[in-house]
Ligand binder design. Structure first.
Ligand SMILES: Cc1cc2nc3c(=O)[nH]c(=O)nc-3n(C[C@H](O)[C@H](O)[C@H](O)COP(=O)(O)OP(=O)(O)OC[C@H]3O[C@@H](n4cnc5c(N)ncnc54)[C@H](O)[C@@H]3O)c2cc1C
Length: 488
């Protein structure tokens, strides 16, 4: 048993010591993740909607997508009236509980870069994503959002020959497109160990366009900033239905000139949208704060974020208070059920801990103090998009899979451009209004049980591919081929 209960005592306010229904609520939200537990201030809901309202722009969901969209709309046109309708509290979803990698990665990007017809536009999009990491740093500094932003970069480690080949091919591919050493740099095992001492590492890649952040500080800080700009945030008010005139919510009707859907993994909670984006869960743990000696042993001197090239995604960061926050694994629940609350003592988290020990065996004997999970939104194309339908007065962005921290900033800026009809570089990129995803009802997920069977078969095949590569099985290339062919 490697879980040790340890609330972040640094954050205990008088409210934590009392016990009224309000305090209960605050505690419930604190328990969502290490990040919620360590974010300053009380996690008390703002007022809910209690009557019908009319605004220029209505946004469903107070995560990064909804908040960045509101932020840039207000910067560009301060007179706009904007309401954000949130079913719980700002940052309840993935934005409050993710791995804190603010990266320039976009799911499905390699596919776009590899298509000759799309490559030029995809390269522009990739450069805009590089800039988005800087933009998050710029705005958080400007608005005094203390989210521990640290652009030390990403270290990707290959620990198996097959992984080494994949990373080498990736670096060569990106260089072939005109990106330079300053963007994607090949690392020998010795060079990689100068950044971080990952067990058994054979080599890897360094990518400087990536920052470590405290996710809940970013989303909660952003909510406060947009509120100061004059945006109304209504919390604990689920949107039930969406139409061309606005939202129907549990608290009243929201009539809007433009409606924006920013509910990501929870989109299925809105009538008729159950097959648009589905929730896939990722699981995380945070260790107790590490000692100087432990940090010395794992060789992390800066806050690089790190991962390896297993098919089953892994992601870690050193937090500002010297813990390792680490995540991996994914699960899809039958019928697109969303799981928001997790029991940290559940043995399922020991598997995440074991995955972390593969990186740093010297951590064996220490403990993790927090464990949680969250829902990522996945579209049927497995790629995110930013869409705006002028005739239907409807915008939406999402489907980031596990890569929305940096991308949602670009999505918010792009949605603001589209809504205000600004002809910027951003609106001419391949993820904007892609042909088949323009309408909310196109490119839907299969019905159950086909959906459950397909997603879980893919996950099993990925596990099998990792196993085959680890055991140097001659079947590994065949399994990888099957993965690429059956689930491209
Ligand atoms: C465990 C985990 C780790 C991750 N790690 C990373 C990472 O390191 N780097 C990275 O780039 N990405 C990561 N991601 C993905 C990233 O967090 C998301 O892509 C991003 O936060 C999406 O932001 P969003 O605003 O679109 O969605 P969310 O943050 O999920 O916001 C949606 C909001 O809508 C609200 N809502 C739901 N239903 C309704 C309704 N009916 N009416 C009104 N409101 C509603 C929710 O309460 C929520 O607040 C991770 C995700 C998870 C779960």
């Amino acid at each position: 048993m490697t879980y040790l209960e340890d609330p972040c005592s640094c954050q205990m306010s008088p409210i934590d010591m009392q016990s009224s229904p309000v305090d209960e609520e605050h505690r419930k939200y604190r328990k969502l993740s290490f990040w919620h537990d360590s974010v300053p201030g009380a996690l008390l809901p703002r007022l809910g909607l209690e009557n019908n309202i009319e605004v220029d722009i209505a946004i469903a969901g107070a995560g990064y997508t909804g908040l960045w969209t509101a932020y840039y709309l207000k910067r560009l046109q301060p007179t706009l009236s904007i309401a954000i309708i949130e079913s719980e509290i700002a940052g309840f979803g993935a934005s409050g509980r993710n791995g804190g990698w603010c990266s320039a990665y976009l799911s499905g990007m390699e596919k776009a870069l590899a298509q000759p017809a799309l490559a030029d536009a995809a390269i522009r999009l990739q450069r805009l994503l590089f800039d988005s990491v800087k933009e998050v740093g710029r705005v958080t500094a400007l608005e005094s959002i203390e989210c521990h932003f640290d652009q030390s970069g990403q270290v990707e480690a290959a620990i198996l020959p097959a992984q080494l080949q994949r990373v080498r091919e990736h670096v060569d591919f990106m260089h072939g497109l005109g990106f330079g050493e300053q963007d994607f740099r090949w690392l020998t095992s010795q060079q990689l160990r100068e950044h971080i001492n990952i067990d058994g590492v054979l080599g890897g890649m360094f990518m400087r366009h990536c920052a470590a952040i405290h996710p809940a500080r970013l989303v909660r800080g952003l909510a406060d900033v947009v509120e100061r700009q004059g945006v109304k945030i209504f919390e604990q008010t689920p949107v039930i239905k969406l139409d061309q005139q606005g939202f129907t919510t549990t608290g009243g009707r929201v009539k809007a000139g433009v409606s924006v859907l920013a509910t990501e993994g929870y989109t299925g909670s809105i009538k008729g949208l159950g097959r648009k984006l589905i929730p896939v869960h990722s699981m995380m743990i945070a260790t107790e704060p590490l000692s100087e000696l432990q940090l010395e042993q794992i060789g992390l001197h800066r806050r690089h974020v790190f991962n390896n090239l297993d098919h089953l995604t892994t992601y870690g960061q050193l937090t500002a208070d010297r813990r390792i926050a680490f995540g991996c694994r994914g699960s899809y629940l039958y019928g697109s059920r969303v799981r928001s609350h997790f029991d940290p003592a559940d043995s399922e988290f020991d598997l995440v801990w074991e995955a972390l020990l593969k990186f740093f065996p010297t951590l064996r004997g220490s403990r993790y103090t927090h464990a949680w999970g969250g829902a990522m939104g996945v579209s049927r194309t497995l790629s995110p998009c930013v869409c705006f339908n002028k005739e239907k007065h409807l915008g939406w962005a999402g489907g980031y899979f596990g890569n929305g921290v940096g991308a949602s900033n670009l999505a918010g800026r792009t949605l603001a451009d589209l809504i205000l009809e600004r002809d910027t570089d951003r609106v001419h990129t391949p993820w904007v209004n892609p042909e088949r995803a323009r309408e909310l009802d196109k490119k839907l997920w299969e019905i159950e049980p086909v959906r459950w069977f397909g997603i879980n078969s893919r996950a099993r095949l990925m596990q099998l591919a990792d196993w085959a590569e680890r055991t140097h099985s001659s079947a590994a290339p065949l399994i990888n081929k099957a993965l690429d062919t059956v689930f491209p």
